[in-house]
Design a protein around this ligand. Structure first.
Ligand code: ADP
Length: 167
């Protein structure tokens, strides 16, 4: 029987952007299965709930049959063991990502030497794109329709409309 190779693409996905989708599509083309996993970090205040982040990612990646979306908390390497995967996928934008990503990859290697971090370079048109930029641009009334999938755009409108009423 052919060995199935499964990779995990972890991140905050707060919310998922076209840049994340690009990385997931390229990784899905390389591996038998890709798990896009949304990190629940109690230390970090996210804009969207874990359920919303998962739902947005699931919707945005529904065209990829070998991609599954779930979430995790705790150590990434422990999550990989539970998923029976040894491959972490991360996306690389510009030089600015490199230092942080390199440190993270070395830390994970220290914790689990048999797990490999693989980087996929973004497309030039997404090199400026981040979840934070999308939220900031949206907040100040700028156009973000070309940066995120339609379901994310809809939830951004709902989320920030609610916020302006409650705060
Ligand atoms: P984290 O909070 O873990 O950095 P993010 O959701 O911001 O999570 O990103 C998850 C991964 O996707 C990271 O490796 C990040 O560098 C990558 N990524 C984010 N935006 C883009 C983009 N526009 N193009 C390519 N990779 C990206």
């Amino acid at each position: 029987m052919k060995r199935q190779i499964k990779a995990v693409y972890p991140g905050s996905f707060d919310p998922i952007t076209n840049g994340h989708i690009y990385i997931a599509e390229r990784a899905a083309a390389l591996f038998d299965e890709l798990v896009v996993s949304v990190l629940l970090n109690p230390q970090k205040q996210a804009t969207f709930s874990i359920e919303d982040r998962r739902a947005m990612a699931r919707e945005a990646l529904s065209h990829l049959p070998n991609v599954k979306v779930n979430s995790f908390t705790g150590l990434l390497v422990d999550f990989l063991r539970r998923e029976h995967s040894r491959i972490i996928i991360r996306g690389l934008r510009a030089l600015s990502d490199f230092e942080y990503e390199f440190q993270l990859a070395l830390m994970n290697r220290q914790l689990a030497p048999d797990i490999e971090t693989l980087f996929i370079v973004t497309d030039a048109k997404y090199s400026y794109l981040s979840s934070r930029a999308v939220k900031e641009i949206f907040h100040f009334g700028g156009p973000v329709q070309d940066m995120v999938p339609p379901g994310v755009y809809r939830r951004l409108r709902e989320r920030f409309a609610r916020r302006s009423i409650t705060s």
